[in-house]
Design a binder for this molecule. Structure first.
Ligand code: URA
Length: 441
């Protein structure tokens, strides 16, 4: 067993397989500050270049999961289920699917992230609700999961701290883009959070981190394998992310759209994907035996309003003001509003997700630098989605921005992201494939 980071990097660079104890030592020593950033970055780069075996990836995942607290939710019973999205633009599926699954009887203790790059984060969106606490301590999670069946909190340093530290280093050293590192990062957090089942939403397309469908499938297969090896049930939905999901991208504006979807009045793609994800959560939680039965239960939770009520319960349990939930933009007023207008008549053939994500970020809905303040009122509203016919001068997208300068920058991004022509739109559908086995897997 080698306890020398330089030798471990050399061996990894030559493509050698490292032993479980070596990987555990490396993770523990880096987390404890005994290995500096530079040698750790060299090791991460070697992994990016030569990859990792399935066994090495499993050892890395376990070492990162066990670097902090491992939540034990066994006392809550067998129906706990978590969900994770690999990130997208306009992806508010957690805000709809998690309450729907909870309304069907699943127990959903979900730790979410903040926006990363051009993608939005559930926690930034939720914080548009006045008073809502997302900085829950691990101790708060079991009680709320048991009492109301739904927790939506921020990832805490107490769970998988090794991932937080390694992720920050990867972010600044160009070593994010590695299948085993991404899989270990995501699954270590999910294993530490304790749910018995996990539904993964793997996004692919311009607005996702994976633009290639085969890469997204390989990553999904690896994460499913890691979850199963840890004794968890894992399902996945492969999601198209060429164009934004729904019509809203930002924070308050996305919560507004999620609420409309829970009330049965959301855009078709958001409704369809939310029902599919919620149904997989219900099956894997052991509440329904097959997808069809689960989908019927989820649709009933929309019709009866129980999904919406579950969101309200969660908001109140976490100190939020639920009286704003039906207001436009949750009552937030943007500083400046403007429109991207069509320069010619024709069909809207492209609303490219990544460009819209950057436009929303420039408008004030995301962070350009770590620690930047988020404007809950900033974002964009797509008025004419891909495939619509448009007249010259008609508004395609509304932009809500924090200042005139930010509005200008957001509109410049949108000009590059939107095309009007005579062709057909060819974005991937919101659901490419459901990769879940049925309950007995
Ligand atoms: N999301 C994560 O949590 N980790 C990664 O490595 C990539 C996306």
């Amino acid at each position: 067993m080698t306890r020398d980071i330089r030798r471990l990097s050399e061996r990894k660079r030559r493509g050698e397989e490292l032993a479980e104890e070596e990987i555990r030592w490396l993770v523990d020593a880096y987390t404890a500050g005994e290995i500096d950033d530079a040698p750790m970055a060299a090791w991460l780069m070697a992994v990016c270049c030569t990859g990792m075996s399935d066994d090495e990836t499993w050892h890395l995942t376990r070492a990162m999961a066990h670097s902090g607290e491992m939540l034990n939710l066994l006392e809550i019973g067998p129906h706990t289920v978590d969900k994770h999205s690999t990130g997208g633009v306009g992806d508010k599926i957690t805000l709809v699917a998690a309450p729907l699954a909870a309304a069907c009887g699943a127990r959903v203790p979900k730790m979410s992230g903040r926006g990363l790059g051009h993608t939005g984060g559930t926690i930034d969106k939720l914080e548009a609700i006045p008073g809502l606490r997302t900085d829950l301590s691990p101790g708060d999670v079991p009680g709320q999961t048991r009492d109301i069946g739904l927790v939506l909190g921020a990832q805490t340093e107490a769970l998988a701290p090794a991932d937080a530290k390694i992720y920050a280093l990867r972010d600044t050293t160009g070593t994010v883009d590695s299948r085993p590192l991404i899989a270990a990062s995501i699954m270590s957090k999910k294993l530490a959070a304790g749910a018995r089942a996990i539904v993964l939403e793997t996004t692919v397309g311009s607005g996702a981190f994976m633009r290639n469908e085969q890469e997204a499938r390989d990553l999904t297969a690896l994460m499913m394998q890691l979850g199963k090896r840890a004794g968890r049930k894992v399902g996945a939905v492969l999601t198209g992310m060429d164009t934004p999901l729904g019509r809203a991208v930002g924070n308050a504006v996305e919560v507004e759209e999620a609420v409309r979807t829970l009330r049965g009045d959301g855009p078709e793609d958001v409704a369809q994907l939310s029902v599919a994800v919620a149904a997989q959560m219900v099956v894997l939680a052991g509440i329904a035996s097959d997808t069809e039965t689960a989908e019927q239960a989820v649709l009933r939770a929309v019709d009866s309003g129980e999904g919406f009520e579950k969101l309200v319960e969660m908001i109140e349990a976490q100190g939020g003001d639920s009286s704003v939930i039906d207001e436009k933009m949750l009552g937030h007023q943007p500083e400046k509003t403007g429109y991207l207008r069509a320069e010619s008549s024709g069909r809207v053939t492209r609303i490219e997700a990544r460009g819209v994500g950057y436009a929303s970020l420039e408008a004030g809905a995301g962070r350009r630098r770590k620690g930047d303040r988020i404007d809950p009122a900033a974002g964009v509203r797509i008025m004419l989605p891909e495939g619509s016919f448009v007249e010259r001068g008609e508004a395609i997208i509304e932009v809500m921005a924090s200042s005139a300068k930010r509005l200008e920058k957001a509109l410049a991004e949108l000009e590059r992201a939107v095309a009007v022509s005579e062709q057909e739109a060819d974005s991937r559908p919101p659901i490419i494939e459901i990769l879940t086995a049925e309950a007995g897997q």
